[in-house]
Design a protein around this ligand. Structure first.
Ligand code: NAD
Length: 419
């Protein structure tokens, strides 16, 4: 069994690979083994023993705390560092002072700067929108910066007082409406942080043959942070991707020049040539457009907070968090953790009714990351077939007509039969 390597920026994936996994708390104990069985069955079916995953359990969350006294043992972090790729079920966020969210800790330690959420609809799944088949988006949410950096001072503390003093006396800030009762937060957004996120999004679009990358921002209000994200993104795209892309900045420049082609003609030509169109949109307009014209969007690159809202809205448009997969990735070091996007669902844990699709589809993303496309596709096809025949776990089946409600393990068996 071997580990994933990265050589000259390329992932080297051995045929027999060890994948560390965190079972997760609550429903994690149900969805993790189910996901592993389906993935193993798909790999066996597609590669007949030539390829294989050896699962290696590492501890985190309640299970880790009970066994070791630590919520996130050093050993777990070391294993993820070493093996680079892993998969995790949901973790209880420990309540109490001084304990960081385990998810945040993993992201920070491994510098997993991309939160990737592909959003697509499966025929048979009930959606609140009229034409869910038009939704096929891939969200690249920046994972390390923005207001999520956690630099905040609570109103009334000496720190907030000191910060206010600095703003008013050294920075000549006069615009704070109620200075004495304000809490403060800092929103760092850097060139490096923005560029690496947008670069990964464009590379992904190229590798997957996708038509556009949209930079979603609030640069109209936050000119230097969100506006910077947009401008740095456009500049990097033109500088680093040259002929692979056509940006709306180029479009604007052509509009102002008297070249042979009009801007509209240049855009049309770029599309015909298969160039990736780099465009941008203000976040509020984007949320509206996702409901009205979802077909206009493919890969989305956005900042941390916008990405949080967008991910949940888009997930809801295709059937909710029970089937939305996700991954946190550092494309430069190869580190990636694939995860269920929902929580530990304590209200249904142990009842054999949880929908395992979120973790399963995250597993599919992992297979795609390895380049094991046949196995990934076979699981997708099996899921489609299952949903088309109106068979699903209760969370989805209750909205389907003439549905058959399956338990978690029956759902697993049905998918394996459909592989
Ligand atoms: P939750 O996602 O666990 O549950 C919200 C609701 O959705 C519940 O009614 C639940 O039954 C339902 N649900 C969730 N996943 C489902 C699935 N796969 N199939 C069917 N129904 C599903 O959110 P919560 O209740 O706010 O959080 C519970 C715990 O999970 C908290 O400790 C929270 O911190 C943690 N959490 C962890 C993660 C993570 O590890 N990534 C994410 C969110 C919440």
């Amino acid at each position: 069994m071997a580990k994933l390597k990265i050589e000259n920026g390329k992932l080297i994936v051995p045929d027999k690979i060890t994948v560390p996994y965190i079972t997760g708390d609550g429903v994690g104990a149900e969805i993790t083994p189910v996901t592993q069985s389906i993935i193993d069955a798909a790999i066996k079916k597609c590669y007949n023993g030539k390829r294989e995953i050896e699962w290696l359990e590492v501890l985190a969350g309640e299970k880790a705390f009970k066994q070791t006294g630590s919520w996130l043992p050093e050993e777990t972090m070391k294993t993820f560092q070493e093996y680079r790729v892993g998969i995790k079920g949901p973790l209880t966020t420990p309540v109490g002072g001084g304990i960081r969210s385990l998810n945040v800790a993993l992201r920070q330690e491994l510098d997993l700067y991309v939160c990737l959420r592909p959003v697509r609809w499966f025929k048979g799944v009930v959606s609140p929108i009229k034409e869910p088949q038009k939704v096929n988006m891939h969200i690249f949410r920046e994972n390390t910066e923005d207001i999520y950096a956690g630099i905040e001072w609570q109103q009334g503390t000496p720190e907030a007082e000191k910060f206010l003093h600095f703003l008013q006396n050294e920075m000549n800030v006069t615009k704070i409406r109620f200075p004495q009762t304000s809490s403060f937060g800092v929103k760092p957004v850097s060139i490096e942080g923005s560029e690496r996120l947008i670069r990964s999004a464009i590379q992904y679009a190229i590798e997957h043959g996708l038509p556009s990358v949209t930079l979603v921002h609030k640069g109209n209000i936050m000119k230097y942070t969100e506006g910077g994200f947009k401008l740095w993104g456009y500049a990097m795209a033109e500088r680093e991707f040259g002929d692979y892309v056509f940006t709306m900045m180029q479009y604007e420049r052509i509009k102002k020049s008297d070249g042979e082609l009009s801007a509209e003609e240049a855009l049309k030509k770029a599309k015909e040539e298969g160039k990736i169109i780099i465009k941008d949109v203000i976040a509020d307009a984007f949320l509206q457009n996702t409901l009205l014209i979802p077909e206009e969007y493919s890969v989305i690159a956005t900042l941390n907070l916008n990405g949080d809202y967008i991910s949940d809205q888009l997930a809801a448009m295709v059937g909710g968090i029970g089937i939305a997969p996700g991954a946190n990735i550092n494309y430069m070091t190869g580190h990636a953790i694939f995860e269920a996007t929902h929580g530990t669902a304590p209200n249904i844990a142990g009842k054999n009714k949880v929908n395992p699709s979120s973790l399963l589809l995250s597993g599919v993303m992992m297979l795609e990351y390895f380049g094991w496309k046949e196995a990934a596709d076979s699981i997708i096809n099996a899921l489609e077939k299952t949903f088309r025949s109106h068979k699903a776990t209760v969370d989805l089946a209750r909205f389907m007509e003439n549905s058959v409600i399956l338990t978690t393990t029956e759902f697993r068996d049905e998918i394996i039969r459909n592989l």
